[in-house]
Ligand binder design. Structure first.
Ligand code: ZN
Length: 128
């Protein structure tokens, strides 16, 4: 599969993943359309390739993606699915990532991150 070079390509991928893997469901946040996705220069010592920022109401404000993701379709898809999981679950729980462990209870305590990731795996989202 080709790489995903432009923000237009990334937004197309987001929309495809949103329709395919994030249907509206009782008790779940509906993912907004892709509009606030941008390239984001993460700190050199960051362990993250993507980041979701939140507004004061706890809604996703924007998603920042490391420009190096343009080189890999599969890596871009994985990071996008990761950030989309954050958006689906809200500011808490944390995925357990070192860089944003402060955002909420760790996965071992909540189980929500684990359950959502398993749902995506069972839906085939991570198939190559
Ligand atoms: Zn994360």
């Amino acid at each position: 599969m080709a790489s995903v070079r432009s923000l237009y390509d990334v937004k197309q991928m987001y929309e495809t993943l949103r329709r395919r893997y994030f249907p509206a469901a009782e008790g779940s946040r509906e993912l907004p359309p892709a509009k606030e996705i941008r390239w984001y220069w993460l700190a050199a010592n960051s362990d993250a390739l993507g980041i979701t920022h939140w507004d004061a109401d706890g809604d996703a404000q924007d998603v920042g993606l490391a420009p190096l993701l343009r080189g890999s379709y599969h890596l871009m898809k994985h990071i996008l699915l990761h950030e989309m999981t954050h958006i689906r679950l809200g500011p808490t729980p944390s995925c357990g990532g070192f860089s944003h462990a402060w955002t909420g209870p760790r996965i071992a305590r909540s189980g929500l991150w684990h359950a959502e990731t398993l749902r995506l795996v069972q839906a085939g989202a991570f198939q190559l």
